[in-house]
Design a protein around this ligand. Structure first.
Ligand code: 1GP
Length: 244
């Protein structure tokens, strides 16, 4: 069964939660420990990636350590073709649709595609749409940010992703964003498209996670929340809100 099939089956039953770990932010053993806890608390997949500082070495080490302790899929969330790991279960083959830089839209993908083929990796295509404030990823990706009060613009990008044949759409406010993607934007996109919708960036508590879920996110992604040593209770309440 492919990772996409596993996730589709789970999505039919409800909203999923995914935990994002940046290999540049902790060592492999710490990433594995967080992943084990997140999986025990019910997270549905571990995403590994970051905007800067991901190397082949820290990526491979982190993925291997996580794979050794969890049964849920481990999915690479790349920022470019500089590092691609053979150890993940799948990778998002993503295009930052609202980047002004063609390299982020198609250049890195062209560079990475032969590697994905060679490694026989499962590629899950994804339209990646950066919503204001966008944070680091908006900056390094040179995104033409979707204004928070323009859901129609987000809908147009998401529909374009669907018509281009992409598997998923990801609405991203940016890691550590002071505000998550607005609920109105999530629900506008959800009602316009038929493919799964991931939402992340700035979701640090159960209320915000519940708002994203209730607005129609199929997958709620959290990253920063596990970077604080005292994350367990918070992550537990976020996952409970996503699953209830
Ligand atoms: C970043 O959307 C993810 O790609 C997670 O964001 O770190 O703010 O949870 P946070």
């Amino acid at each position: 069964m492919t990772v996409k099939d596993i996730l589709s089956e789970k999505m039919r039953k409800g909203t999923l939660h995914m935990t994002l770990l940046d290999p540049a932010k902790q060592d492999a053993a710490a990433a594995a420990e967080i992943s084990r806890t997140a999986a025990e608390l019910g997270t549905d997949a571990i995403m590994v990636g970051g905007s800067t500082g991901v190397t082949q070495e820290n990526l491979d080490e982190t993925v291997k350590a996580i794979k050794a302790v969890v049964a849920v899929p481990v999915i690479y969330f790349p920022s470019g073709a500089n590092a691609i790991s053979p150890y993940t279960d799948a990778m998002y083959f993503m295009s930052m649709l609202n980047s002004r830089n063609l390299r982020m839209v198609i250049g890195e993908q062209v560079a990475g595609a032969p590697v994905v083929k060679k490694l026989k990796l499962e590629a899950i295509s994804m339209g990646y749409i950066i919503v204001a404030p966008g944070m680091k990823v908006g900056e390094v990706g040179e995104a033409d940010l979707i204004p928070r009060d323009q859901p129609k613009k987000a809908v147009a990008y998401a529909l374009a992703a669907q018509y281009l044949g992409m598997d998923y759409v990801y609405l991203e406010a940016g890691s550590g964003a002071p505000q998550a993607v607005p609920a109105e934007m999530i629900s506008a996109v959800r009602s316009a498209i038929d493919i799964p919708l991931l939402v992340g960036g700035g979701i640090r508590d159960a209320d915000t996670a519940a708002r994203a879920k209730n607005a129609g996110a199929n997958v709620v992604v959290t990253g920063t929340v596990v970077e604080n040593g005292e994350y367990m209770k918070r992550l537990e309440s976020i996952i409970r809100a996503v699953k209830s």
